[in-house]
Ligand binder design. Structure first.
Ligand code: NAD
Ligand code: UD1
Length: 333
């Protein structure tokens, strides 16, 4: 199949492009490089030995979208393009609603116009908000989200449900990611945050590489075994493979709107993650215990049964490989 991958130069998008090409699909990438580097494309080509068709442009730009759909027979769209910093979204909510929500609306309008109605969307476990407790399953309520970034994901999910209700000819899969970490084991692809990272894994690996002096653990007084927060970390290559499974299911089983968690179902505390990283890298992580971060939930992990049963998806890689691959990427880049 020919897949349009928006945000295909980004962290999760680039790993998914590698898996798509490896599975024999063709891809067209649309990215404006607002949070990625152009050389990612040649790295994807180097890993796969295949050529990638790239359009440099914005998902909000109707002209670019129309050009892509006119010039390519697109069978399905995997939509990663979006801004993802929680702290930035609190400062500039309109930028986030414009880029993520209006961008998705523009994309869906173009898809509708060109009769391309298969869409896989990158959502987040953040949509579960704080109304339920882990393990989170897909039938739990969503929406009680505490920041604008998370609300863009929630609003987009609701928009997609409305699009499907109005026209059941659409085939839409919403994937709710838990905490993607790790890197491609070639060390050619990985997460490259601009500025000081917000997320824990790039922070830890930059402390290990002595690019940052000290990690602050946000709170050790939670009601968890060691007092630090628990998250469901998933290797980015496993996550990428989840998209392939979703694509296969979408093409095999007709129209529908489906929602799946992509996680491992197992949680690790912040201290456990630090210790796993120290073991994998042989580096000591300099850290101190600090105050809680506003909005953090104590325990977040996925119920993975639905993805296992309906997609045949199960994460393969454990925390050791997630840490080793992150460290190799950090050292080599
Ligand atoms: P990323 O920032 O590495 O990749 C996003 C890509 O989209 C970048 O290459 C960026 O340049 C591009 N982009 C952004 N806005 C664009 C626009 N208007 N037009 C064209 N290109 C645009 O992020 P990622 O970690 O790969 O995340 C991919 C998707 O998954 C995002 O939608 C994100 O919100 C979602 N997600 C990520 C995580 C995570 O922890 N990384 C968790 C849950 C959901
Ligand atoms: C965060 C976002 C979530 C987003 C996800 C992926 C918040 C509240 N949530 O999830 O919306 O989808 O990133 O982008 O921001 N930690 C530290 N020290 C640090 C950084 C993090 O102790 O310097 C802890 C956090 O308290 C948390 C865990 O590490 O318990 C993971 O944090 P992070 O990587 O930011 O992911 P989430 O908070 O789960």
């Amino acid at each position: 199949m020919n897949i349009l991958v928006t945000g295909g130069a980004g962290y999760i998008g680039s790993h998914t492009c590698v898996q798509l090409l490896g599975a024999g699909h063709d891809i067209v990438i649309l990215d404006n490089f607002c949070n990625s580097q152009a050389d990612v494309i040649s790295r994807v080509e180097k890993i796969t030995g295949k050529k990638v068709k790239l359009y440099v442009g914005d998902i909000r730009d109707k002209k670019v979208l129309e050009k892509i759909f006119c010039e390519n027979q697109v069978d399905a769209v995997i939509h990663f393009a979006g801004l993802k910093s929680v702290s930035e979204s609190v400062k500039n909510p309109l930028t986030y609603f414009d880029n993520n929500v209006a961008g998705t609306v523009a994309l869906c309008q173009a898809m509708q116009k060109f009769n391309v109605r298969r869409l896989i969307f990158s959502s987040s476990a953040t949509v579960y908000g704080n109304s339920s407790e882990a393990p989170y399953d897909e039938s739990m309520p969503t929406g009680n989200v505490c920041n604008p970034y998370g609300r863009t994901k929630y609003f987009i999910e609701e928009i997609l449900k409305d699009i499907f209700a109005a026209d059941p000819g659409w085939n839409i899969t919403i994937l709710r990611y838990f905490n993607p970490i790790g890197a491609h084991d070639s060390s050619l692809l990985g997460e490259e945050p601009c500025g000081v990272p917000n997320n824990i894994m790039p922070y830890i690996s930059q402390v290990a590489a002595k690019k940052l002096p000290l990690l602050t653990v946000f709170g050790n007084d939670y009601d968890t075994p060691d007092g630090t927060c628990i998250r469901d970390y998933i290797h980015v290559v496993d996550l990428a493979n989840g998209h392939l499974k979703a694509l296969e299911k979408m093409c095999d089983s007709g129209n529908g709107l489906n929602i799946y968690n992509l996680g491992t179902g197992k949680g690790y505390s912040v201290l456990e993650l630090i210790s796993a990283f120290e073991k994998a890298s042989g580096q000591k992580i300099n850290y101190k215990i600090g105050a809680r971060r506003a909005g953090d939930l104590p325990i977040v992990f996925a119920d993975t049964k639905k993805a296992e049963k309906e997609l045949g998806f199960r994460a393969k890689f454990g925390i050791e490989k997630m840490c080793t691959d992150t460290w190799n990427w950090q050292k080599n880049n």
